[in-house]
Design a protein around this ligand. Sequence first.
Ligand SMILES: Cc1cc2nc3c(=O)[nH]c(=O)nc-3n(C[C@H](O)[C@H](O)[C@H](O)COP(=O)(O)O)c2cc1C
Length: 414
Amino acid sequence: MHIRNLAGIPYAELRFSLGKYVTDALAVRLHSLDYCDMDERSQAHGLQSAQSANISERKAEHVRYALVSPNPASGASWWDDIDLIHEPLPEFDAANFDPRVQFLGREIGLPLLISSMTGGHPDAEHINRQLGALAERNNIPIGLGSMRAMIVDPRLMRSYAVVREYAPSAFVLGNIGAPQLVPQGRKPALLVREIRTALDHVGASALIVHLNFAQESVQPGGDLNAAGVIEAIDRLVGTIGLPVIVKETGAGLSARSAQRLSDIGVVALDVGGSGGTSMTWIEGQRAAARGDTLLATLGATFASWGNPTPAAVRMVRRSGPTVIASGGIRNGLDAAKAIALGANLTGMARPFLEAAVAGDEALATVVDCFRHELSVAAFLTGSPDIESLRQAPFVAHGRTRTWIDAADRLAAIG
Ligand SMILES: Cc1cc2nc3c(=O)[nH]c(=O)nc-3n(C[C@H](O)[C@H](O)[C@H](O)COP(=O)(O)O)c2cc1C
């Protein structure tokens, strides 16, 4: 088998142990999201199997393009427009700053999530092993990449399951795309029991449902049926048996979506705002490489589409669920600003991906720097813990301020 490689990852590390993790369906008695009869399902699954190689290839390309610089939206300019007010008399010993937070009933070491990225292709196993070990060492939660690939082709399971192996006590979050919860043309919706089985195999502590209709709009054959998604998430919340989190993937949650998701019992919202990795830009680059001018143009046009992360935090912060700020968070100071805007914790994807490719030392440095930057920002705003940091005063300038004002108005309307 020919296996492509990312910079510096030994091929020997990338081999699958095929068959070892092949699914033996667990008996989970759940209501299902049946939309078609079994003949139709197996036929459609045949189609899906044929697509398995495509999904795997696409996942590998996402990783490759996410690492390309300059990704036009990979900077974090929105955060540059926010200043925290300096407090010259912090009145506590900096050594006593407490960075721990409660996340879904458990204490975690830092307000930092390793955002969902990868799984389902050979390179993913090595990356996920490193990220899993990092999560375990620092007692921080880690999101898996979309599990659709392993549901369609169980041989890909190892690249996900390796996270739990290396993070036996960390909060591991399974991940599935909202578009896969409803039928897409001839492709049937995933069943609750398929998702539940996948969650069991990876030892997930909770499920993230990701919203990515901006990305799907620029993807060849993208899944664009969004009808029934909220009802499908509602059914998942009621039947999956684990807490359900909903996230955007770079275009940002809105006040309206946050309220609807809160109303159906979603426990945490990850705003996934614009200003960080742009999946529309990545899809545009993939299209350009294939010579698909239309989708390449769409990708470029919509590269910066979406609600900026600071504004998305303002829109969702009072909706009820725990708020995770992600999308363009690049260090502990950005995180401190996001928390001052109202987030409970923050998430980063690309910085971890870059560091994973560079090696374990680089990964440890990302977290160490984050911890120190966050501590200094907290000390210099007079915030002895994360709850106090949430009250820290800030000033917003320029376009970010315009967005924040609009977000606050939208959140007030509800
Ligand atoms: C290579 C790559 C793959 C991703 N795959 C997923 C995914 O499978 N599921 C998901 O919910 N988000 C996925 N994301 C989105 C991230 O979780 C995150 O929302 C986004 O990258 C913004 O964070 P960042 O600016 O720190 O990179 C992916 C991001 C990257 C870079």
